[in-house]
Design a protein around this ligand. Structure first.
Ligand SMILES: Nc1ncnc2c1ncn2[C@@H]1O[C@H](COP(=O)(O)OP(=O)(O)O)[C@@H](O)[C@H]1O
Ligand SMILES: [Mg+2]
Length: 143
């Protein structure tokens, strides 16, 4: 599945659509180079969940939690993590039951039993989004 984002408004629409179709407790893994728009997508997801506060990159803190009106949004930045010791050392497993949505920047899809991988690739004047479901839970999302 591929999308093209040409503006922040497009990211916002894309986030709204994701929120409409994702199951409760979904895990999305965001990939793409620095500046691709991963954090921006998480900000748009938070807004789509009704959260009106500030959403910032958890680059140094690794995990941020946002109590949105729809439920808990967990935002992880795995950039500085040694992926081999897995995100679960951070206590992420504790969130799996509790969270409404978990978004992991720089994560590896293989770390999760099932997740939705969203790759954002900056191009000349737009961003290309490629969505890859891992596991049956995300196989038939109407995106
Ligand atoms: N769809 C978009 N249209 C225009 N600018 C965008 C879009 N998505 C992100 N940006 C801009 O790109 C910059 C980097 O975005 P950011 O989300 O911090 O990237 P990342 O988290 O992937 O490093 C920000 O200034 C942001 O406003
Ligand atoms: Mg970021």
């Amino acid at each position: 599945m591929e999308y093209t984002l040409t503006s922040l408004e497009d990211t916002s629409h894309f986030a709204k659509r994701l929120i409409e179709v994702l199951p409760r407790g979904a895990i999305i893994v965001l990939r793409g180079p620095l500046g691709a728009g991963k954090t921006t997508l998480v900000q748009a997801l938070a807004a789509a969940l009704g959260f009106s506060g500030r959403v910032t990159s958890p680059t140094y803190t690794l995990i941020h939690e946002y109590p949105t009106p729809s439920g808990l949004l967990v935002h992880v930045d795995a950039y500085r993590l040694d992926q081999s010791d897995t995100l679960f050392n951070l206590g992420l497993a504790d969130y799996l039951d509790e969270a409404y949505l978990i978004a992991v920047e720089w994560g590896q899809p293989e770390l999760f039993e099932t997740c939705l991988e969203i790759q954002i690739t900056p191009k000349e004047g737009f961003r290309e989004v490629c969505i890859t479901p891992h596991g049956a839970l995300y196989a038939n999302l109407p995106l």
